[in-house]
Design a protein. Sequence first.
Length: 323
Amino acid sequence: MKLASKPLVLAAIFCGIATTATAKEYRGWNTHPPDYPVSVALDRFSELVAERTDNRITLTNYHSAQLGEGEFATEQLQFGALDYGIFSTAPMVNTVKELGVASLPYVFKSPEHQFRVMEGEVGADIATAMNEANMVPLSWFASGSRSFYANEPLNTVEDIAGLKFRVQNSDINVAMVEALGANATPLPFGEVFTALQSGVVDGAENNWPSYESTRHFEVAKYYILDEHTIVPEGIIFAKTTWDTFSAEDQETIRTAAQEAAIYQRELWAAREAESRKIVEEAGSIIVAVDDKTPFSDAMQPVYEQFASDPVIADLLKRIQATD
Ligand code: GTR
């Protein structure tokens, strides 16, 4: 077969280069199934970016932990092996100590207070610290309050003691459970159902939608609404990827991430109510906690251990001063 003439080969090479330079695909991590509020909003984010960059930037979301469990994905992001994703910041606490302040029990007065803090000056300082670990947060999604559940009755804080709880992989979460006299077992999210079912752990802790979507309620039906943490969860890019975008594209992507977050917060409110209904109808025993003081008092050692660091102490003071 006759080889193509030199100009033709050059033209082909040139076109190849032109294609890669004008359309690039990026890989995004997500742990939740496609119909979960977080996932739906992440897909909206990708659509907005594609539309607004004339498909030059394609953000492909891999839902349902297809790219691995959270701890692994968090490391991949920090190494720049993943481009972006929607991440819970709990497993980042061990590498970015500033994030620890946002994982402290009862640090936020409400989900709205968390948004005001994370979107304000404290959030900007936390973002700067995250940049040093190769992470650029773009917007914060609703993440719900996390509460304990177990396969035996939980009516008061005393009932937590002596049980074994799965926690996210964070030193603060371990300390929190230990402060209640219980045992903490860090495990990947995707392994919790089997761990509950086989008795490796007696319980776990999470928000309404995750308690329901993972079907943990089928194997741990006692849910006590102590609402100990509201851990920030957001769209986070690897800085190594982020820095390759022009300032104009960065602006487009950041705006889309913020719009997606507003959409997600609406979806979240509806899903919280729906999840609550599903688990109640399935027989979960829900215990309301009117006075959370016994929980927050018992968790004081966590503050002594983590908030004595001057950097955390300063951020904490500023969070407490935020309305
Ligand atoms: C969920 C969160 C996930 C994951 C999970 C967990 O609420 O959305 O990203 O962190 O909790 O408990 O591991």
